[in-house]
Design a binder for this molecule. Structure first.
Ligand code: F6P
Length: 325
């Protein structure tokens, strides 16, 4: 780093839903910070740990062997207390008590809102790393954990396909993603699913059932329909389809299985790059920023901008799924 920085100690926390690769990001922040001569505090349980003064001093050895482990060793939480001014003041008091000069926040949309408040409202230096399986932030091609979650869901659907095919059944598979259809679309294309339901498209269940009946007449009885949790519950759609077609339908909710497991290569590597870049941005005095990766290059925008994800056009994905069913 060319500039001489006033920063001597940084904190790192994970916030919101965990995702595979968070540990790799924490490791990168800790080791990069140490290699620049900084002291590091790990904040346990996200903003809640900050409010409750739950911190641990970290060094290179405290992050040994975690690059390939799912979850996060410093734990994570959703803190409703931190949303209010009183909670933020308590958090700031902890940061002051421990002489922490800047904070790296690994998390999603809500976590970025908190990091932005710390910087914009209170002037405390923060940077954000996109840690969420939902891939619903702007300014990055990938969020930490998303690719692993997609692979986990694909592995499960491959297994569902075996039984769906053998018993000639329709399966509704519900995946995570909150209000984003990213996981569902990627998974549907990769699994060779016959249909997909996502928040970005208005579902037409009548048309879907017509297609199923048309297929059935030609001998196609097994279907996999991927649904994003943000639209409809798998069980409800399963009943709708059975009622409309008279065909046997089952539902599977993949749920939190998608959040666990060892991070894939892509998640380990982007987490590592984002973690180092976050420390370097802090040393450059570039605060209130969200670090991302676009076309394999580090990309930096404001935390506020990162929360404004534009509407995604999944038409091309849907065209392929429809053509290949
Ligand atoms: O934001 C990540 C995510 O896994 C979403 O996909 C999901 O809607 C939500 O978190 C589940 O949250 P929780 O673990 O608090 O039930």
């Amino acid at each position: 780093m060319a500039k001489v920085s006033k920063i001597k100690k940084i904190g790192v926390l994970c916030s919101g839903g965990d995702g595979p690769g968070m540990n790799a990001a924490v490791r990168a922040v800790v080791r990069a910070g140490c290699s620049y001569g900084l002291k590091i505090e790990g904040i346990m349980r996200g903003y809640q740990g900050l409010i409750e003064n739950d911190l641990i001093e970290m060094g290179p050895r405290s992050v040994s062997g975690i690059i390939g482990r799912g979850g996060t060793i410093i734990k994570t939480a959703r803190s409703s207390e931190f949303r209010a001014e009183a909670g933020q003041k308590k958090a700031l008091a902890t940061l002051k008590r421990h002489k922490i000069d800047a904070l790296v926040v690994v998390g999603g949309d809500g976590s970025y809102l908190g990091a932005n408040a710390l910087y914009q409202t209170w002037g405390f230096p923060t940077v954000g790393i996109p840690g969420t399986i939902d891939n619903d932030l702007y300014g990055t091609d990938q969020t930490i954990g998303c690719n692993t979650a997609i692979n986990t869901a694909l592995e499960a659907i491959d297994k569902v396909r075996d039984t769906a095919h053998s018993m000639e059944r329709i399966f509704i598979v519900e995946v995570m993603g909150n209000r984003s259809g990213h996981i569902a679309m990627q998974v549907a294309l990769g699994a060779g699913a016959e249909d997909v339901v996502i928040p970005e498209f208005k579902p037409d269940y009548k048309a879907m059932c017509d297609r199923i009946m048309k297929g059935a007449k030609k001998g196609k009885i097994s279907w996999i329909i991927v649904v994003s949790e943000g639209v409809v519950k798998a069980e409800a759609l399963s009943s709708t389809i059975t009622n409309m077609t008279g065909l046997e339908t089952r539902s599977v909710v993949l749920g939190h299985v998608q959040r666990g497991g060892n991070p894939c290569a892509l998640d380990r590597n982007i987490s590592t790059r984002l973690g180092v870049a976050a420390v370097e941005q802090i040393l450059e005095g570039n605060y209130g920023k969200a670090i991302g990766v676009i076309q394999d290059k580090i990309n930096i925008i404001s935390l506020a901008e990162a929360r404004k994800r534009p509407f995604e056009e999944y038409k091309e994905y849907y065209r392929l799924i429809s053509m290949l069913r």
